[in-house]
Design a protein around this ligand. Sequence first.
Ligand SMILES: Cc1cc2nc3c(=O)[nH]c(=O)nc-3n(C[C@H](O)[C@H](O)[C@H](O)COP(=O)(O)OP(=O)(O)OC[C@H]3O[C@@H](n4cnc5c(N)ncnc54)[C@H](O)[C@@H]3O)c2cc1C
Length: 448
Amino acid sequence: MESRAATRRHFLKGSLAALVPMPALAQGQPRVVVVGGGFAGATCARELKRLMPDARVMLVEANPTFTACPFSNGVITGLRDLRAQQFNYEALGSLGISLVYLSANKIDAQARTVTLSDGTALPYDRLVLAPGVDFRWGSPAGYDEAAAARMPHAWKAGEQTLLLRRQLESMEDGGLVAISAPPNPMRCPTGVYERASLIAFYLKARKPRSKLIILDAKDSFPKQRLFQAAWQQFYPGLLEWVPLSNDGKVVSVEPATNTLVTDFARHAAAVDRRLAELGGLPPAGSGPWPSAPEPTEPIDGLAALGLFAEWIGAAAFVLRDPDLALLARSAEHWRRTTAGQWSYDRPPAGWKEWSRLLDVTLADRLTALQAASGPAEESLRQLEAWSGDDQPAESALLPQIRRRLPGALDAARAAIPDGPGAARVLLRHQVPSAFIPPLAVLLAHQKL
Ligand SMILES: Cc1cc2nc3c(=O)[nH]c(=O)nc-3n(C[C@H](O)[C@H](O)[C@H](O)COP(=O)(O)OP(=O)(O)OC[C@H]3O[C@@H](n4cnc5c(N)ncnc54)[C@H](O)[C@@H]3O)c2cc1C
């Protein structure tokens, strides 16, 4: 440890010498301005003063009290007092460092001045900038300063830390605590998981019927095995980690209802909107199609469930979600058997070879697309709607389909090159049924 520390000191000395070359210092009392009195700036100011006792070192810091982040998770869970996190700059002042409690608003590199929030222009020979990091509001969408007052991030220690603590204390036993973990780079890569562990500790002791969920924009995190082993041992059933690949990424927030919206939920909303724009993809000329949110006719309900089955299949493909894919396969079985008796105008005679039949819904949609004035364009619009993406299908969904379903496309191309023939082959290759009519039309028109 000692030799390591010595090496670091040695490095620091070397780098500071490089920062303030001797010729510049020889011409009178050098002035060094350090902006930011966090760990970086305060340490730098202290070491500069130690190495160059004759220099005038000025520390410009917006707040006279520094509230440290490390250990602040203990404050959230009531293990520490916020005052234990707070420090003043007296010790630096006693070393002869000039303390300026103002914000640095502007830097003029030519004139070598820093303009402070009171308008003073502070001259310098060398400038050190250590303002730390700040928030990029609007990421996730909807997360701004007003939202932070309802949904605290607590990544800046102080009032936010206390707000989160109060919210935990006032939550009922049985409540849900949700943490959104951002993608890298992160200010403190393990901070989210330390916080989760401490909150789980608090919940287990005080509100054992509650649940904690981490929605993560990553598929892995530092010290993951250690954390997960501890969670399994101490908080089974209480703490759930949802990785990126399982729809963990929070894409937007709704502060009014304390809601975090994930990719899947966003996808769901977008697909619904696009399908609604296309008129709900009604099967042309055949039977009723649900237009009201609560269908009154049983057949409408079954048709709605058929659409739902397609919806799951499309979402499973686009989001690459294995759980959804499993669900989609079951929904598709249901659609072609039980529901077939009612909604597809045909008894489920082909029970054993269900995957070979083109049900009436798909056949009708295919017919409607083929009869459209621009069949290929209309098919692309349908694919766009299922992708839930506002990008044109050529740039969003089609390249994915080409890449991920080459065998199915080749087989359909090689088989019978008319619409229904291609559709039957695609169906046999388990292509999501939502995509089948538009793909079959594109294949028949040699657009794919
Ligand atoms: C919950 C949590 C736990 C953490 N735990 C650990 C840990 O255990 N170990 C660890 O090593 N790290 C930990 N970290 C990370 C650590 O807090 C940061 O890496 C560290 O604070 C960065 O130091 P800094 O000096 O660069 O910035 P900061 O600490 O952010 O300091 C920047 C300073 O600059 C000031 N400032 C900014 N702009 C201006 C301006 N224009 N004018 C004047 N002043 C300005 C600010 O007021 C602030 O005082 C944790 C972080 C969090 C959020």
